[in-house]
Design a protein around this ligand. Structure first.
Ligand code: FES
Length: 67
């Protein structure tokens, strides 16, 4: 699904950026342009990025539950 309409950035693009080491919304903006237009996508994009990074940081469900 499109998260940033202004720059055509999807949730999959955000997950791929997280997998490639993107660690912040600022870095995501530098990579994709997301958030640099109207700005309404920032909070949702941050949620997706944090979720994607959390999955990567806690690959086993038991560790995610303990966090
Ligand atoms: S929807 Fe992302 S900058 Fe406008």
């Amino acid at each position: 699904m499109y998260v940033c309409i202004c720059h055509g950035v999807t949730d999959q693009d955000i997950r791929q950026a997280a997998d490639a080491g993107c660690g912040s919304l600022t870095e995501l903006t530098m990579r994709t342009g997301l958030g640099s237009g109207c700005g309404t996508c920032g909070e949702f994009a941050r949620e997706i990025l944090d979720e994607a990074r959390g999955v990567k940081a806690f690959p086993l469900a038991v560790f995610a539950a303990a966090a």
